[in-house]
Design a protein around this ligand. Sequence first.
Ligand code: ZN
Length: 110
Amino acid sequence: MSDSITFQTCDACGHIQYFARAFCAACGANDPLTRTASGVGVVYATSLVHRAATPETRAEVPYMIVLVDAAEGFRMMAHGDKSLTIGDRVVATARDFAGHRVPYFQRTSS
Ligand SMILES: [Zn+2]
């Protein structure tokens, strides 16, 4: 369950947001609905990280950070395969990264 990606939708204005908040970032309405995403999306941008941001991530470099446009309409930053390129269709799994469970995208043909 903790491996699934969640997002929020606002009943009042229809805004979709990835970062969970107690209110809608667009209109301020309280209690946006939390939903579980399919994990399917398209790569919007990629960045191969060669320099560790923290001591904990030093053992992981180089690693790929991707911006993914989720099928549900929000954009999220996550880890992914080093071979990913812009426009690739991807699906999310989860991986351990520097001691944390993080979303991890891999290319899909479907
Ligand atoms: Zn709203």
